[in-house]
Design a protein around this ligand. Structure first.
Ligand code: WTA
Length: 631
């Protein structure tokens, strides 16, 4: 079985084989990696438990596959390029042998701190090279990394640390973000006040920010490096040992820790990268995501490195010093494959073509999109003005839970159609079902998107709460993994993702549960109750619209709005700030006390005359008030 497919016929053959003989298919793909011990059974699965295991009995270390394995042929090839926030700061590059050295040194520091195989390590760091070293160093020694995006608040960091009982935190003094300098260590300090499990914190010096070091808990990375060895032997891991935890939001409760394991994740991250992007030797790949999200895990680090690619990480933001920054970086580093989110494309499109024209963008070959539906206008702008009409566009649909890209064009090989993710990758078996779980056959149909067969990087559990994993993903429809998304299948069998059908909203490609934001808002003392819905937003895809009941209705001022926004920033982080806050005296509830979100969504969307049946409401008058005050 070819690892990288190179024609439509090859895709069709591989796809057919992956469905008719999935174990043979994945055996052949997994052979392309380096195992310390080969697996003895390929797959055991049961979606009802759920219990999925791949490459059972196999032993490996993913960093040997990402690093050591490439040394003979590519030791001096660039593995990682780091571009700083400030265009005037010199960028850094690491060859494969240098990256192995940096990862080994960090791994040896972690060992010195007492980190052991199976320990959970929280990484809360900006996009600096040490973040990449830290992730890989954990994998090197078999510690389970839990990266928390550095935009989350202290309360969110604490929740995540406590949920998985991390004993170690890796962080930095501060971070740059455009023109701003933002404290990072201070956020960790605040979080750790409520995290008794944490024994040690390692601090990277990024900007000489004055920080308080609590001894003996806190250690500077540059000091800890003193005298450590340049090589660290890789820990031998079982296929099904956890590799990482990554928290993501669902429709209920607090964010949950999605668990991925070493063997299956490795195989799928490597396979999907090679095929979707059709990576060719010596090309430069740039994924603009933050390593704090799954896209950064799979397509800044693991996927590209597993393929011996050159991958770039960028510390800055798309709009600083000006909205031409992405395009300038592409020209500067001759980026061939560029992978970003629709929200970034829309905001740069809005900034105007004058910011694109100064750059030639000749190096580009493939453009990728991820994280949310890409509207046709943004797709065409991307294709025409960035790709100059000659680059392949891949709209990649996947989730934190899937570990890798599931439905997408394979660049130049399978069809790419605006606003459509396209065909499933080999090994991926999507199915559309109706509300009762009956399969919807044929084309030109729409339904709930599920998967009927496991793939190697399907989530294994949600940390510490397997039952929640079962309920969230495997209980809605018997024997199916439910994605939470709705989708259409067009006349050619291409999938178009419509969006979430649960109470998850996708704001600038970031997932939030509406209940999670409501809980944050309700922490404000002036608030009695709130209801949050998403509404279409030109740049962010979805915006956050909050209906709020105050204890004292006379306090419905802009000042109160600001205070509530501040509460959300404290509870979750600035990325979850409501865009609109409407103060109301009541919420539309059924007689059984359930909020009718459908009505709130319609009002937020501005569809005041299409509210449907409101007669079952406890107090229909509330709807009139809400309509009158709609923002
Ligand atoms: C949405 C990000 C449409 C979808 C990798 C999914 C998309 C959620 C696309 C997962 C796409 C992701 N087109 N929608 N190409 N990619 N989504 O876990 O709703 O942060 O369920 O993973 O983003 O978000 P997550």
């Amino acid at each position: 079985m070819k690892f990288q497919l190179s024609s439509l016929e090859e895709y069709q053959t591989a796809y057919a084989e992956s469905v008719s003989h999935p174990e043979n298919f994945w055996n052949a793909i997994a052979e392309h990696f380096q195992w310390r011990t080969k697996w003895n059974r390929t797959l055991e699965w049961n979606f009802n438990a759920p219990d999925v295991q791949w490459f059972i009995g196999g032993k490996l270390n993913i960093t040997e596959n990402c690093l050591d394995r490439h040394l003979a042929a590519k030791g001096d090839q660039t593995a990682l390029i780091w571009e700083a926030n400030d265009p005037n700061e010199i960028s850094k590059t690491y060859t494969y042998s240098q990256l192995l050295r940096e990862v080994s040194r960090m791994a040896n520091v972690l060992k010195k701190m007492g980190v052991q195989k199976g320990d959970r390590v929280c990484i809360y760091m900006p996009m600096i090279p040490e973040l990449s070293f830290a992730v890989l160093a954990c994998a090197r020694i078999g510690a389970i990394h839990s990266v928390v995006f550095a935009g989350f608040s202290a309360a969110s960091v604490a929740d995540r640390i406590n949920d998985s009982q991390c004993a170690f935190v890796l962080t930095s003094d501060g971070m740059y973000r455009g023109a701003k300098q933002i404290p990072v260590k201070a956020v960790v300090d605040e979080a750790l006040a409520t995290c008794p499990s944490v024994q040690k914190a390692l601090v990277v010096n990024r900007l000489n920010w004055p920080v308080v070091m609590a001894t003996p808990r806190d250690v500077w990375y540059h000091e800890a490096l003193d005298g450590v060895d340049d090589f660290c032997e890789a820990e031998v891991m079982d296929s099904e040992d956890p590799l990482f935890i990554l928290y993501t939001s669902g429709s209920t409760g607090k964010p949950k820790g999605v668990v991925h394991t070493c063997g299956g994740y490795m195989v799928y991250a490597g396979y999907s990268f090679a095929n979707v992007f059709q990576y060719r030797a010596n090309e430069i790949f740039w994924c603009t995501a933050d390593i704090g999200w799954v896209t950064g895990h799979s397509y800044i680090l693991y996927g590209p490195l597993l393929n011996g690619a050159t991958t770039m990480m960028f510390e800055g933001v798309p709009t600083w010093p000006d909205p031409g920054r992405f395009w300038q970086v592409i020209d500067k580093h001759h980026v061939n494959l560029f992978y970003t989110a629709p929200t970034a494309i829309r905001s740069l499109m809005a900034a105007g073509i004058d910011h694109v024209l100064p750059y030639n963008l000749h190096s580009l070959r493939v453009l990728g999109s991820v994280g949310e539906p890409i509207n046709e206008e943004a797709w065409h702008w991307y294709h025409t003005h960035i790709g100059k009409g000659r680059c392949e566009v891949v709209d990649t649909w996947w989730q934190t839970e899937t570990g890798g890209i599931m439905i997408s064009a394979l660049a130049g090989i399978t069809p790419s159609k605006p606003a459509h993710a396209g065909l499933p990758l080999p090994g991926i078996q999507p199915i559309l079902v109706d509300a009762e779980g009956h399969e919807i056959l044929g084309n030109e149909v729409e339904g709930y998107l599920c998967m009927r067969f496991p793939w190697p990087s399907i989530l294994r559990t949600t940390y510490g709460d397997h039952e929640r994993c079962r309920i969230n993903y495997f209980s809605t429809y018997a024997n199916l993994y439910f994605t939470g998304d709705g989708a259409r299948r067009d006349s050619d069998g291409l999938y178009r993702i419509i969006g979430r059908v649960d109470d998850v909203i996708n704001v600038s490609g970031h997932r939030f549960g509406t209940a999670e934001i409501e809980n944050a808002i309700n922490q404000n003392k002036k608030v009695i109750e709130s209801a949050v819905v998403g509404y279409p937003h030109d740049i962010k895809g979805q915006g956050i619209y909050a209906y709020i009941i105050l204890a004292d209705a006379t306090q419905g001022s802009d000042e109160t709005r600001d205070e509530i926004i501040e509460t959300v920033c404290e509870q979750i982080g600035r990325i979850a700030k409501p865009d609109k806050i409407q103060f109301v005296s009541g919420l539309p509830k059924t007689r059984s006390g359930k909020i009718m979100r459908r009505i709130l969504r319609k009002v937020a969307e501005g569809e005041l005359h299409a509210l449907g049946d409101t007669t079952t409401l406890l107090d229909p008058l509330v709807v009139e008030e809400i309509k009158a005050g709609a923002l």
